[in-house]
Design a protein around this ligand. Sequence first.
Ligand code: SAH
Length: 184
Amino acid sequence: MIGIVVWYAIRYPFERRAKRVRIVSHRRSGLDRLALASALFGLAILPAFYVVTGIPRAADYPARSWAIFVGALMFALAMWIFRRTHKELGRNWSVTLEIRDRHELVCEGPYALIRHPMYTSFLLMGLGQAFLLSNWIAGPAGIVGFVVLFFARADKEERMMLEIFGSRYRDYMGRTKRIIPYLY
Ligand code: SAH
């Protein structure tokens, strides 16, 4: 629950500011909306519902203190990366796939190593959630939400960036990985 509040506190100012920057091109689609909704459902709505109601109780298993410790650490790391990606993207940030007026290609900070550090933070949140919640449904739901969002989006986002930035993005792709530094 703390994670969800901190998540929104980080995001909110960017959402407000983003409203003032003109959008010049976008790849919004029904599929993207569905993918966003599934991430929101798996990473926030379902776990919050579980924490408040304890449902589905039949899927509970005994909690372990080491797992809660590992989950909290992962979640804290995710929040830190999430905040850094917002700061680095600044006025270029969007909830969906959009190109903004005077959009700049960001290649610094976490973006120097991977092209999708914000999605990495979602993966870490999902993993953290799986460790924090000792329930076979509410626990892994975040990872499922991440998988749907990432695979519905990454290719399309990279194609959009290639169309807009051309060889600059191609070079950038050549020297970075997608979500795990040096690996993938
Ligand atoms: N995939 C990135 C960004 C997610 S926010 C990440 O996981 O960190 C989505 C928006 O960010 C897209 O609309 C796109 O316009 C913008 N974006 C993605 N990568 C970018 C980059 N390297 N520089 C500038 N904007 C970028």
